[in-house]
Design a protein. Sequence first.
Length: 287
Amino acid sequence: MPVGRSAHAAAATTDAIYVIGGTDDTGTPVLEIDRFDGLTWTREGRIPGEGLNAPAAAAIGNTVYLIGGFGTTTNRPTDRVQRYDTAQRNWREVAPLPAPRGGHAAIVMGGRLHVIGGGNSVSTIADHSVYDPATDTWATKAPLPRSMGSPAAAVLNGCLYSIGGRSGPADFGDVYIYDPATDEWTTGPPIEPRGTAGAVVVSSTLYLVGGESQAKKAVLGDVLRLDPGATQWIPDTPMPTPRNFARAVLLKGTVYTIGGSITAGSSHASSGSRVVESFLPRVIGPR
């Protein structure tokens, strides 16, 4: 990338990846937006206001939503939600989160934004909030079974997966599966505990990449795979460069891990790296 980033957000539209927020390799807030089309990086202007650590971003069509985060000047969580029109290259503020948070995960399911977990100024939270862009409103759905920050999120077979996460010095290996039809969470195959990992789904296969183990005081390069119909995760080819806050996105059939920190134990103040690595996943049919 043009600049190192950690505790940042990344989202993919149909033709590009947008990287927003976080801190650079010196721990300085990054205000610029970087765009990657699979070949070339370009600069797309700046985010409004102060910098943000641990925001979330997700794209609906060619609109990118920047959600919450901790202010890099105030260190306070924000409820601000902004949408970026990638064609017009401008920002517009939309309905705020029901409450301020940072260190959460956001994912698109059924044309709506699902935001789970994170933390406020006091503690981690279990909140599950859903944004409908058609009405510019938020709804409250069943909370996570436990409070946590830094989970990975993905959508598989019409359900939302929350993978790993942390609260204070404790990392979690829980996998929770949310069914929007019943508004209920159930338990999925667990992983070795970690937080700040990335997740992506390719052809009904779920991949989990990187993260950090606080117990081991280690940044992780693991790539775990949950195949269709499988009841446990299996190791896949690891990332060449272990990273926490490894943002994983899918663009044109290729998985990219964008930035992150190679240093353990620095929380949201981690020094960011410029590393971008990719892999072309194998296609695995149902068992």
